[in-house]
Design a protein around this ligand. Structure first.
Ligand SMILES: [Zn+2]
Length: 677
């Protein structure tokens, strides 16, 4: 420490000795169970925090020390302990008047402190919410630059009265945006001290007030829904008038190229007309200046597990349809109803009925069955509810699959799925699967033995064996022949494989380079992490070579005419743009990829009469980019406007609601006299 800094710190300590000693104690409750505590002891300018959670024997154990400056902001912050899964934490932060330095799991960082900025602790306890809130309350607009990056914003909401041992207490709800896409919700007392941190699944509440836990969790769920309804009111523009998007070139899937500049008219949720550029406007129109950009039909994310939080984010990424590949059926039903009624934003949803076999490893999505009869009942349940397909999962008994496929086909549903444990892709194709889910599922049969169990993470780590595989070998060619002859499709989910193979601790993932710096700091740090352990000698190289092999498989499938669908399994949105980009390395051209993401996908779903291209009478589902993605596919990552069912969204307006920095400005919109939205 420099002598000057030491002097500054000494001075700061002396000037604030009026603060009294104080101990704040909180109980951590997860799904109704008391699982831990937070104890924050403050003496003068120093707070020490003991944060300990053990749920099913797992949870963080952390010791924190925070020193505060005269401005109420941390001048030093140290956090040590272990994370939920036992990895060591040794995080530190220090600042003086000139600079701030820190070390977190992603490495070292530093920044100037000329402009006010608050450090966001990576592994801070829930008590850190109080630190941020109190600092933000002193800032204009309750907004401040954050370190290592981004911006924190605090919003004050309603007050409520809570009951506990110490008597009734009035607390106020605050939402903190900027750490993750969804805000952190906290309740503060009238002194600005933390009362509780709440989410629909867990609460951290002041000792003596544990009786409020159920109510607080219920409120947290309502607040989350209310937030998305509020965002929808703020960012969805339903002009209620014919809207002319002037001077755009339209991606035409018939020619896989751009048209000459035209005007596209939207009215009442549909594409009303595509007109020559010199066609005169009619009275009462809204005009949007497309500025020579490109209009592309809304894209299809074919492997989603849609939730409230990623519904709008997908739309903002130009994705107007998500094929859901497995969900809590009632939760998804509710979400679809709220999207369709316009209460919240979201894509159209094509549903897959998830069916899993009961086992010690089973997934709990959809319906879990323990007999062939129950499996067939599940197929019928989905059939009666209009599901587009069923999806079969890892623990299904492969012997039941032929009967399930027959029943699904009889009911007009397609069948997609993982390859159940102890079966091969060949067997599932022969049993009648229409589509194979995930490239690793497709390929594993070539490298594992009949007794090796893929219900565990082995289905990922076994990829290490791929480099030795000859793609021209009889077994590989036999599987590909079966796909070609049976007219089968595949949903490779390449992007998740890329993350699995290439992501390393402390490094920006190669697939996220174009967008990660725009995301909230917590999301950024989470992304800079390895998926799998590659520390054993030769492993990293083996995985990387495995990825090359997988790309080789996709290339062969594509060359042989097997239909490839584009999906992520990782929430779509930015990951979906990367998913598309990866198919260039498997030999697909940018126009080919754009056509597949739009028109070909609509045709595959069976709705190409109403969707998939920008033509008169079709649904007004499309997006505007300033660039030309037929020349450089990356242009789809810079979106100025998205239209879904004739409702207009501008990412530059909506992204900040999620703490995301926009990628480009909105186009110029001119409203007719008397219109406000
Ligand atoms: Zn999935």
């Amino acid at each position: 420490m420099s002598r000057l800094l030491a002097l500054v710190l000494t001075f700061a300590t002396i000037s604030t000795t009026s603060l009294a000693a104080d101990s704040a104690r909180y109980t951590v409750i997860f799904g109704g169970q008391k699982v831990g505590h937070v104890i924050a002891d403050t003496t003068n300018t120093r707070t020490t925090i003991d944060y300990n959670v053990k749920n099913n024997g797992r949870g963080p154990t952390m010791a924190e020390t925070i020193e505060f400056g005269t401005d109420g902001m941390p001048t030093s912050w140290t956090i040590s302990g272990t994370t939920t899964f036992g990895s060591k934490v040794d995080e530190s932060f220090k600042r003086d008047r000139k600079r701030a330095i820190w070390i977190d799991s992603t490495g070292k960082g530093q920044a100037s402190t000329k402009d006010p900025a608050i450090y966001v602790a990576q592994r801070g306890s829930p008590w850190s919410l109080q630190v941020y809130a109190r600092a933000l309350m002193k800032q204009p607009g309750m907004t401040m630059r954050a370190l290592p990056g981004g911006t924190l914003k605090l919003d004050k909401r309603d007050s409520l009265e809570v009951q506990g041992k110490a008597g009734p207490l009035r607390v106020t709800r605050y939402e903190l945006t900027g750490i993750q896409e969804d805000p952190d919700t906290m309740l503060l007392d009238d002194n600005g001290n933390l009362f509780a941190s709440v989410s629909p699944r867990a609460v951290v509440v002041r000792e003596g007030y544990e009786g409020e836990e159920v109510r607080l969790r219920k409120l947290a769920a309502e607040w989350s829904t209310e937030r998305f309804a509020t965002i929808q009111k703020e960012v969805a523009h339903d002009y209620g008038a014919p809207t002319r998007i002037r001077n755009v070139r339209v991606f035409d899937p018939k020619s896989s190229s751009l048209t000459a500049p035209v005007s596209v008219l939207v009215n009442d949720g549909k594409i009303a007309a595509v007109e020559a550029l010199d066609s005169p406007a009619t009275p009462g129109e809204v005009t949007i200046d497309g500025a020579g950009g490109t209009l592309i039909a809304g894209m299809y994310e074919m492997h989603g597990h849609l939730g409230q939080s990623d519904a709008l984010l997908n739309v903002l990424a130009g994705i107007t349809t998500v094929r859901d590949m497995g969900n809590d059926n009632a939760v998804l039903d509710d979400l679809v109803h709220r999207i369709d009624s316009g209460e919240i934003a979201g894509p159209h949803v094509i549903r897959s009925g998830f069916i899993e076999g009961k086992s010690p490893f089973n997934s709990n999505n959809g319906i879990v069955v323990d007999s062939q009869e129950k499996a067939l009942d599940a197929v019928r349940w989905y059939g009666a509810r209009g599901y587009w397909q069923i999806k079969i999962y890892n623990s299904m008994n492969p012997a039941w699959v032929p009967a399930m496929v027959a029943e699904a086909h009889r009911l007009g549903m397609r069948v997609a799925g993982h390859v159940p444990a102890f079966a091969t892709a060949d067997q599932m194709i022969e049993a009648g699967y229409d589509e194979i889910t995930h490239l690793n599922q497709f390929a594993l049969g070539w490298v594992i033995g009949p007794t090796e169990d893929t219900r565990t993470l082995f289905r990922l780590t076994a990829l290490k064996r791929l480099p030795a595989l000859d793609l021209n070998s009889a077994k590989v060619q036999h599987t590909i022949d079966l796909m070609v002859k049976g007219n089968k499709a595949i949903d490779p989910t390449l992007e998740i494989h890329e993350n699995l193979v290439f992501n390393r601790d402390g490094t920006v993932p190669r697939g996220a380079k174009d967008y990660l710096s725009h995301l909230p700091i917590g999301t950024r740090r989470d992304a800079m992490k390895a998926y799998i352990d590659t520390s054993a000698p030769g492993d990293a190289q083996a995985y990387e070579q495995a990825f090359d092999k997988l790309i080789g498989v996709v290339r062969m499938l594509h060359e042989r005419g097997v239909f490839i669908v584009f999906g992520t399994d990782t929430g779509g949105s930015f990951a979906y743009h990367r998913e598309l980009e990866l198919y260039q390395s498997a030999g697909m051209t940018a126009p080919e990829i754009l056509k597949r993401a739009t028109f070909d996908s609509a045709r595959y779903i069976g709705e190409e009469q109403s969707s998939g291209s920008i033509e008169k009478g079709k649904r007004a589902d499309f997006f505007l980019v300033p660039g030309d993605p037929t020349k450089d596919l990356k242009a789809i990552k810079t979106i100025a406007m998205v239209v879904k069912d004739g409702v207009f969204y501008y990412p530059s307006e909506a992204y900040p609601k999620f703490g995301i920095e926009p990628f480009t400005a909105a186009p110029k919109v001119t409203l007719p006299a008397g219109t406000t939205r």
